[in-house]
Design a protein around this ligand. Structure first.
Ligand code: CP
Ligand code: NVA
Length: 305
């Protein structure tokens, strides 16, 4: 049995396999075919933070695959009525897969340690693996592959940036990141990634214009993630030069796409002009969560698509 707690849990060939399944199931889905690969399988969603895309894409994709899902709200008492170990042992005896969105990454690790069914990280402070798989699928579709494609992150070195960096390193895409000083990816994280993927092309800078030179995609996210609301005003000042606007898009090749995991704070990290431009694939990217996660479920639940 496997879990998807961090994207680094997956090998390069596993990521490629998940993306191939996702693309295949998507091509069938757009022709109106929903393959019931998992009839009767049940998914539980356990979320400590707000969500639109992750919750809806997981619930929809499990239904498309012939299974069912349930969102466990605060009344389930996760972390309050009983130990995480007892909660997880009982829950995993009743369902086939558990998706967890947690404030702390260690909570998802705890659930995975005690679960008798696969556990998927639906976002933590450190990782958002399902988002990165949808992002890779989006770039792969637009450019016909990932190898050698430069994906540039502009903004905070956060959870989404980390997963994307791992995804790029494992698929041969180049990852460039421009952050203000103090908001870089953690040094130990980058060192570990370079050790795990010696051929990875990773560049770090404080200059967004340098980072977008020659890129295929410019990606940004909110400057203050969930849980960092108290830092929002300070971060607005620190990130003021890191907005993705028409001027920055103009420094990238004309066929570069704009990506954002959403939700966006329009007028902060990205302007309306960029969000609503033909280069923006943010809605297609969000919709790809549905397809990428079908690939994840097919991989985790052990059924060849
Ligand atoms: N991108 C993403 O995970 O969105 P939600 O927070 O709405 O799930
Ligand atoms: N970095 C953001 C992503 C939301 C999908 C957050 O953690 O709030």
């Amino acid at each position: 049995m496997r879990h998807l707690v961090a994207l680094s849990d997956l090998s390069s060939s596993e990521i490629e396999a998940i993306l191939a399944i996702a693309a295949d199931l998507k091509s069938k889905f757009v022709r109106g075919v929903r393959e019931p690969l998992f009839p009767g399988r049940m998914m539980a969603l356990l979320f400590e933070k707000q969500s639109l895309r992750t919750r809806v894409s997981f619930e929809s994709c499990m239904t498309h695959l012939g299974g069912g899902s349930m969102m466990l709200g605060a009344d389930a008492g996760f972390g309050k009525r009983e130990s995480i170990e007892d909660f997880t042992r009982v829950l995993s005896a009743m369902v086939d897969v558990i998706v967890v969105r947690a404030k702390s990454h260690s909570t998802v690790e705890d659930v995975a340690a005690h679960s008798t069914c696969p556990v998927v990280n639906g976002l933590t402070d450190l990782d958002h693996p399902c988002q990165a798989l949808a992002d890779l699928l989006t770039v792969r579709e637009r450019f016909g592959g990932l190898k050698g494609k430069k994906i540039t992150w502009v903004g905070d070195g956060n959870n989404v940036a980390r997963s994307l960096a791992v995804g790029c390193a494992k698929t041969g895409a180049e990852f460039a990141i421009a952050t203000p000083t103090g908001y870089e990816l953690a040094r130990e994280f980058v060192d570990q990634l370079r050790a795990d993927c010696p051929d990875a092309a990773i560049t770090e800078t404080t200059d967004p214009r340098e980072a977008v030179d020659g890129c295929a995609a410019i990606y940004t996210d909110v400057w203050a993630s969930m849980g960092q609301e108290a830092e929002e005003e300070q971060r607005k000042r620190d990130f003021a030069d890191y907005q993705v606007n028409a001027k920055l898009m103009g420094a990238a090749p004309s066929d570069a796409i704009f990506l954002h995991c959403l939700p966006a704070k329009r007028g902060q990290e990205v302007t309306d002009e960029v969000m609503d431009s033909p280069q923006s694939l943010v809605v297609e990217q969000a919709a790809n969560r549905l397809h990428a996660q079908k690939g994840v479920l097919a991989w985790l639940l052990g059924e060849p698509a």
